[in-house]
Design a protein around this ligand. Structure first.
Ligand code: ZN
Length: 695
């Protein structure tokens, strides 16, 4: 399977060699023109040059070794350049003709050695053009990262000791750390395991969504064990030329063997490790070769050779089963999004080094962010810092982080979008519908925020604050979720007597849940507890490859079941919203007046304990109080910046002397005033010196 590699690589190199030669030819034919001296240089005919020499009109000749071109100066100062016809031997002319003349004192002859540097300079254009071509070719071939001369080199980056990450620095992955601790221990004391005859896994597959810290924890394993860390991405193996991937794999493992014990980390292993023979046209030769080579290498190294391969993927379902066989990646560790406790830790981690208000409650932040990965949380804290800086604040407040979270979930506010009154009313009733249905659900999570401020692509936004992370959903919970989603549409229909396109995303999500209930979770009585969902989607979109593994008849039965679930939920939602007419109207009115209601405000409006006027004035008070804090911070910042600027200015002008024309037309040098006061004594001497120089 690898015999293709040789010729292919050779072909590639030959192609580059040809380009290289062509470029040299072009450049060397043009470079005369390219590098001709400036226009004041006269080009002499060789015969004229000889004539001038004989008449003693040449002052200086510069002879370059191994060159047929002389440069020089005539007696009147004109610079010239002359090319010796190629039928002559320049060395002979120099020896026999010029040197004797210089000995007679007629002219100066300087011999310049063709130094390595000047040779290099001559090559510069060629090299530059070659580099340009390489860049062009690389972008054509899909833009890898390595140099062109090392096609088959692994591209893996080896790190050791630099910015060492240890388990201590990994937040929120306690169980995962424990599972990997065994590997660390093995790398530290391989002898112990050898003596016991234990087989340590060669490969560990880290499975989890993007951003959960798979790379980070892998680095931590290497850091903790204090061994080299080779990292490469699966997509680095796959290149334009067939055979390159396989050769890179070989190279990578050769490097690893030299540096064992060590960790080899392959990110996105699904890029090479997809099921073979799948996809259009029976699969990809290059990828299969690469995968085969990877498997060969993993089988090939000794069980206790000290190389541990960690690989990360978020699609374990598409991996070739051969990868998961014993002796290869036979251990899987699931790196999931952190739970509420984990998120609190991650928030604390990324809060380090940022000036935070004391009142910030990490617990609330953690609660508000189910499903956030550590990367999302990092992004949130960064967003909060940016928001604070934008308002010229000095400390990050809870409000800043809350707004950052909402931004990460729903996108930034679109304050400038102009919305007609009619559309605003529609959104208000729609969101009120969602919120009231959520609020009326027994044991449901509280409504954390309702807003008709457009964000991202959404016209409005209703957010619940989950009281706990959920890992399973019951049938009742799924039905409730469908009702929450339908709440918007139903409210439009009941209270505005018309329906809008604003609910399309809600309906899509509701339908998906109902469909999953029927085909995935066996929650429909008519269909029974059977899973008809198709997990066999391999690397094309689901629509292309997923094949229905059920009959037309069953398909229509499923559709009917989905429809009946939605319809039942719709009827139920209608009932709830008709019963809460007053609440809906109050919430919608409040939204129209205030645009955004937080948890407390929503509760008050829903229960009718406060009027909109009361809420508005409380809101205004809070806004004013916040404004005072923000203004204070902005003022403090401005003062600080002004002080810093002044200090910097002073620093800059320190010791600067300014030359001024006096009335006699003489330059007088004056010391910068500030520094003159400070350093008068030490500078007086210097400045008088300068003074005389300037006159
Ligand atoms: Zn909606």
């Amino acid at each position: 399977m690898n015999n293709k590699k040789g010729p292919q690589l050779f072909k590639g190199l030959a192609l580059y060699a040809v380009i290289f030669l062509v470029v040299i030819a072009i450049v060397s034919s043009v470079s005369g023109g390219f590098f001709a001296d400036d226009q004041s240089t006269t080009e002499l005919e060789y015969s004229d040059f000889v004539l001038y020499l004989e008449k003693g009109m040449v002052n200086e000749v510069i002879v370059k070794e191994n060159s047929l071109t002389y440069k020089g100066k005539l007696v009147d100062g004109t610079a010239f350049v002359v090319s010796v016809p190629s039928s002559y031997d320049a060395a002979v002319i120099t020896e026999k003709y010029l040197v004797p003349l210089s000995a007679d004192g007629v002219l100066t002859v300087t011999t310049v050695k063709a130094s390595a540097l000047s040779g290099l300079l001559g090559w510069l254009p060629t090299i530059l053009m070659f580099i340009l071509l390489i860049i062009m070719f690389r972008s054509l071939s899909g833009g890898g990262k390595g140099g062109v001369m090392n096609f088959g080199k692994s591209k893996a980056r080896m790190t050791k000791g630099e910015n060492k990450i240890t388990f201590e620095k990994v937040a929120a992955l306690e169980e995962e750390k424990q599972e990997l601790a065994e590997i660390v221990d093995y790398l530290k004391n391989p002898k112990k395991y050898k003596e016991m005859g234990a087989r340590i896994p060669r490969g560990v597959l880290l499975v989890g969504p993007p951003g959960t810290g798979k790379t980070y924890i892998s680095k931590a394993v290497a850091g903790e064990a204090d061994v080299p860390f080779f990292s490469i991405s699966g997509s680095d193996f796959v290149e334009m030329f067939v055979g390159v991937g396989a050769s890179r794999v070989r190279d990578l493992f050769a490097d690893a063997k030299k540096n064992s014990p060590c960790i080899v980390f392959i990110d996105e292993i699904d890029a090479v490790g997809r099921r073979r023979g799948a996809g259009i046209g029976g699969g990809n030769d290059e990828r299969e070769q690469t995968l085969n080579q990877l498997l060969v290498e993993m089988d090939g190294f000794d069980e206790n050779s000290g190389i541990i391969v960690l690989a990360a993927t978020n699609r374990p379902d598409v991996l070739d089963p051969a990868i998961l066989r014993p002796g290869r990646f036979d251990r899987q560790i699931v790196i999931s999004t952190p739970d509420v406790k984990g998120r609190e830790e991650v928030f604390a981690l990324y809060a380090k080094g940022k000036p935070l208000d004391e009142q910030i409650d990490m617990k609330v932040l953690a609660k508000r962010t189910p499903g956030f990965t550590p990367a999302d949380i990092e992004n949130t804290m960064n967003e909060a810092a940016l928001l604070t800086a934008r308002r010229n604040g000095t400390i990050i407040h809870m409000d800043d982080i809350e707004e950052a979270i909402t931004r990460v979930i729903a996108g930034p506010q679109k304050k400038s979008r102009v919305i007609s009154e009619k559309e605003k009313r529609l959104t208000a009733y729609h969101e009120a519908g969602h919120a009231v249905v959520m609020r009326s659900t027994e044991g449901g999570d509280p409504v954390h925020q309702v807003t008709i401020m457009p964000r991202g692509s959404a016209g409005g936004f209703t957010e619940q604050l989950p009281q706990e992370d959920r890992y399973y959903a019951t049938k009742t919970q799924m039905e409730e979720e469908i009702r929450h989603l339908l709440g918007g549409r139903v409210a439009e229909a009941i209270y505005l007597k018309d329906i809008s396109t604003g609910a399309s995303n809600d309906l899509e999500r509701a339908t998906k849940i109902a469909h999953d209930m029927v085909t995935k979770y066996g929650m429909s009585e008519a269909i029974g507890p059977v899973n008809y969902s198709d997990a066999d989607e391999v690397f094309l979109g689901r629509d292309f490859t997923s094949k229905q593994n059920y009959s037309e008849e069953l398909a229509s039965k499923i559709d009917a079941e989905v429809k009946s679930i939605i319809e039942a939920a719709y009827a139920e939602t209608e009932k709830i919203l008709k019963k809460h007419k007053k609440e809906i109207e109050r919430v919608a009115e409040a939204l129209l007046e205030m645009e955004t209601l937080d948890q407390e405000e929503f509760e008050a409006v829903f229960a009718g304990t406060k009027t909109i006027e009361e809420l508005k004035s409380a809101d205004a008070e809070r806004f004013a109080a916040r404004k005072v804090i923000e203004d204070e911070e902005a003022k403090k910042r401005a003062e600080k910046e002004a002080e810093e600027a002044k200090a910097a200015e002073k620093e800059k002008l320190n010791g600067v002397r300014v030359a001024i024309l006096d009335k006699d037309g003489k330059f007088v040098v004056k010391e910068n005033e500030d520094s003159a006061e400070d350093n008068q004594a030490e500078n007086s001497e210097e400045s008088s010196e300068d003074n005389s120089e300037n006159e």
